[in-house]
Ligand binder design. Structure first.
Ligand code: SF4
Length: 442
């Protein structure tokens, strides 16, 4: 007689915030799948809904609270996890019915809360371990988290108080995860952390033996080299320009990792950087950028900047604009300074009025859009490698080595019916606008 299996409980997931949070969501779901749970794509079918929150900015907190409210209204059985877990009282005051509140990276607690809220029916058949991680990002690219937390104390940031000091993962474990991802179809690995260049500092840059012989040091350069051997694109995010970053540029020139660095400079004026308490606040950055470009001419530098930080004068802001003229960064995101509850910057004197922040924001956006447009125009006529993200009917959309998913531009392809997601093709660039390129596969 056939065994009738009880159906496993279903878990819904709402993941808010940055790619780092997405990685946490993936880990939680992987564990739940391994425990036998099924996933529900909607509120109605879920026995319990997990909301993975972001609490970095006050606006993100509000978005998180709205998401919790929506999940309670639509389903009613809600567990909250993520950065806002630190504010359990605020959440419980507004939503007394939440089943549990756990903090960021408290994987065991959140998984335990799911087991309590929606117990598994006893069955040996349901406890199947999936052969690969359950991923929320498309299969052809994956975020690879190499460390958690941060040793710095930037005045506008509360991440260290939310996530603690730097804790690096072992390099052999990172490489094992990366190998599995590549074997499962990942074409691009996006290395993330709070401070990628500090990787391994807490492990005193010790070495670990590798499966196939040799060893790997817990250091950004060594890890990048090993990742580069796996055959996927490797893109480094959240890199601070410490002197040793110079060592990864030759790996880019060799083609081992992508010629791309995401460096959150946040400002250029020395007085503002000092008040921000930024790490690697090096006056020689422009010289180093020139040097990097001489070694890896195709290098793309992406960055973010904060305008309207307390005490930022017109002269400071003009310094930043002039610096951008010199630095010629390829991709720039800008934010108006926003006080985050608990951040030291809130108490600084000379807060900048909102109208002035807006004005400066408009000016920096205008400047960086013009630089980006000129840089993209210069790519017309070149042939670039493009990783296809989506193929739809006759057209397709992808990204060149200069474009990270979700934050940079795209390459739009015509006559692309033969292409599929995950393909890497050579594309002749025919046109460009401020952010995107247009072309055809050759
Ligand atoms: S480097 Fe600064 S901004 Fe980045 S996580 Fe650390 S404290 Fe926050």
């Amino acid at each position: 007689m056939a065994t009738v299996l009880p159906s496993p409980p279903k878990v819904g997931m709402v993941s808010l915030g940055c790619p780092k949070n997405l990685v946490d969501s993936e880990r939680i779901l992987t564990k739940l799948r391994a425990d036998g749970y099924a996933m529900s794509p909607d509120y109605a079918g879920a026995d319990v809904v997990l909301v993975n929150t972001c609490g970095f900015l006050d606006s993100a907190k509000e978005e998180s609270l709205e998401a919790i409210g929506e999940a309670i209204a639509e389903n009613g059985r809600v567990i909250v996890t993520g950065c806002m877990g630190k504010e359990a009282e605020t959440i419980r005051a507004r939503f007394p019915n939440v089943l549990a509140v756990t903090g960021a990276h408290e994987y065991e607690q959140v998984v335990g809360a799911v087991h309590e809220a929606a117990p598994m029916p006893p069955s040996a058949f349901l406890n199947l371990v999936p052969d690969r991680d359950l991923k929320l990002t498309p299969r052809h690219y994956s975020y690879l988290k190499i460390s958690e937390g941060c040793n710095h104390r930037c005045a506008f940031c509360i991440i260290p108080s939310l996530r603690g000091d730097l804790v690096s993962r072992r390099p052999d474990a990172i490489l094992r995860e990366a190998e599995k991802l590549v074997a499962a179809g990942t074409r691009e690995l996006l290395v993330i952390s709070q401070d990628t260049s500090a990787y391994g500092l807490d492990l005193r840059h010790a070495s670990w033996p590798l499966k196939g012989g040799g060893e790997v040091r817990a250091h950004m350069t060594d890890l990048s080299r090993e990742l580069g051997k796996l055959g996927a694109w490797v893109r480094l995010h959240y890199v601070y320009p410490y002197p040793h970053v110079d060592q990864v540029i030759p790996l880019m020139a060799e083609g081992l990792i992508l010629p791309y660095l995401d460096i959150p400079f946040q400002h250029a004026a020395p007085a503002v950087l000092k008040r921000m308490k930024r790490p690697a606040n090096d006056a020689k950055v422009l010289e180093r950028l020139r040097n990097w470009r001489s070694i890896a001419p195709d290098i793309t530098i992406r960055s973010t900047f904060v305008v309207g930080f307390p005490g930022e004068t017109e002269a400071d802001f003009q310094y930043l604009l002039d610096w951008l003229d010199e630095a010629q960064l390829d991709r720039v995101g800008a934010f108006r300074f926003e006080p985050v509850e608990g951040a030291a910057a809130n108490a600084l004197p000379d807060q900048v009025p909102e109208a002035l922040k807006e004005e400066r924001y408009a000016r920096i956006m205008e400047k960086t859009a013009a630089i980006s447009a000129a840089k993209l125009q210069a790519k017309i006529g070149r042939t670039l490698d493009v990783l296809i993200d989506a193929a739809d009917g006759d057209g397709a959309t992808g990204r060149s080595k200069a474009d990270a998913p979700e934050i940079d531009g795209e390459v739009h392809l015509r006559d692309a019916a033969h292409l599929a997601q995950g393909d890497i093709v050579r594309v002749l660039i025919e046109d460009a606008d401020e952010h995107d390129l247009f072309g055809v596969a050759v």
